[in-house]
Design a protein around this ligand. Sequence first.
Ligand SMILES: [Zn+2]
Length: 221
Amino acid sequence: MRNRILANGAAVLAIAALASAGAGGDEPAAKTSRGRSAAPQSRGPSVVKTDAEWRQQLSEIEYYVTRRKGTERAFTGRYWDHHGDGIYRCVCCATPLFDSRTKFESGTGWPSFFAPLERSVVRTQTDRSNFMVRTEVLCRTCDAHLGHVFRDGPRPTGLRYCMNSAALIFQSRAEYEAEQAARSILETEPETEPAPDPSKGEPGTDEGPTPGPEEEPAPGR
Ligand SMILES: [Zn+2]
């Protein structure tokens, strides 16, 4: 009977401890007094540069297309008639955007794809410029204007991502895959040095008494 009372008392203590830990464990709200340090969940681009920085990084046509929502003239870009096997990255932030396996001959004079590499790498918004209603495609990472998407594409999606060559930079599949492999190895390596192995005792010493489980706490504490 006494044991049961003790057990109940311990349970009550444990619950009280948990409750107080919870009450005191609340983190103060993150300070977001400056817009720049806002939470990473915000849906805005994660790569943000000044206009001057983009101008310095990009060629004239790349800047005009990606940062000024321009369009290269048909049949003039570097990729409308490009048939390499590989990946097309964003010219601004290098995010992989399209796979050559989804590229098709649209006859438009612009590189055309029926799907992005992953749905999440691009975003779309309604574009009402030039007296048309079109769906603009942007790089989600840096907000670069890439082109437009239309619903007259081939199977399996029926979509036609009509892109500007100037917004893309091609990388061969071999190079891309080697880079991915290297990255995955680097990401799985431990970041800290391994802790010394406690099982490696000094050679020649007898095994000491293994520490047993802690003794039961004395009742009535
Ligand atoms: Zn980008």
